[in-house]
Design a protein around this ligand. Sequence first.
Ligand code: MG
Length: 271
Amino acid sequence: MKKIFFAALTALAVCSCGTSKLASHAPEKVGIVAHRGYWNCPEAGYAQNSVASLRAAQEAGFWGSEFDVQLTKDGIVVSNHDKEYGPEKMVIAEHTYAELTKYTLPNGEKLPTLNDYLEQGAKCPTTMLVLEVKKQSTDEKTIELVDKSMEIVKECGLYDPSRIMFISFSKVACERIIEKHPQFEVQYLLGNISSGKLKARGYTGADYHQALFSIEPSLIKNLHKKGLKANVWTVDKPAKMKKLFAKGVDQITTNAPMAARELLGEREDRK
Ligand code: MG
């Protein structure tokens, strides 16, 4: 994945030669998305992708809370960033949910299923759930993960574009959601599709690595011209946040949401 990502960065660097103007339009408001929940605080027990990290993001009143989903061997959708889980680094796709739960998260929670996670998500209508579909071993498995996730979203009463949106490095995942559930916001993460093509394929925005916004200074302007949102990951340093706020990002995905809040002041988008 890293190789592909940096190849995309290089390609964009080449393509963007000659573009020099910064985006002139800075949106009034910027939404803060807590990356893997608001996990780095005592309330969440410093556990990424935990239900407690989502609850902390909701209680803090951030615009959004991001989390990742994976599929277990027995077809259970769980919230976890890595393909592996626990001290033995058990491969999630090769173990049943019962096997995986022999270990807990660092805060003592059991590994959350998507149902557990969304049960908490449903409690707070003012924090957008930002669900990242992780690429699985095959396209078929990735599609299975999308389809199962959407069924659980429906079961939890969250099949509503004002409550949940989707991001992925996988075009297969994004384009499955666009095809079957076109009313939802879908932002692409990898950075190797032009703004025009994103729009044509039905994406609603780009959630790109911060480096891409320096490599292609007109990126935000180009996205906005097409009516697409500009989200950026994962920005934790205040100096970098400031630059991106000035350039006009719509959302910022960060492990330091309180620092972003302090910098944004009145410009923070809170529902
Ligand atoms: Mg993620």
